[in-house]
Design a protein around this ligand. Sequence first.
Ligand code: ADP
Length: 170
Amino acid sequence: MKERIHLAQGDLTEFLVDAIVNAANNSLLGGGGVDGAIHRQAGPELLTECRSLGGCETGDAKITKGYSLPALHVIHAVGPVYRGGHSGEAQKLASCYKRCFEVAAQNGLKSLAFPSISTGAYGYPINEACEIALRTSLAQLKRFPQIERTIFVTFSGRDLLIYAKQLAEL
Ligand code: ADP
């Protein structure tokens, strides 16, 4: 399963994959961080489609087209705000990743690129979030053999090293 997981450092909006995952908020109407970057690159039609979706629950994900992005689609996933770890954050973050794979499989997608959901403005500690991201994704890759390639894209070199270390340990 691990051979279908790849790590990269860079700007998620530049990746040519079937879908990039957005670390969105409940409104799906755009925000800062990776969400802002995705909307800027995709152009205004993305916001128009997002308005038609009626928001998204924390732990869930919804798909749109990619518009001017190289990626064909965007899967908008809503991660939890970290409030100390005793408010169901781990379960909600795992659910986010799981739902992304389910939505991808339902739409016949074969390649996905993820940001590190919840670890920016939402404050989730990177080590814990990374372990959830990798463990959940491995389980979903087992479930969905048709998903050939999953890339975890980190903005910082420090985050990339954390992903690399944890992937090696799994
Ligand atoms: P959240 O609100 O879910 O915490 P953020 O967008 O604030 O989402 O941050 C999630 C992660 O995405 C952070 O590690 C941040 O550094 C990273 N990030 C921000 N912009 C980009 C980008 N263009 N490409 C890849 N990662 C990004």
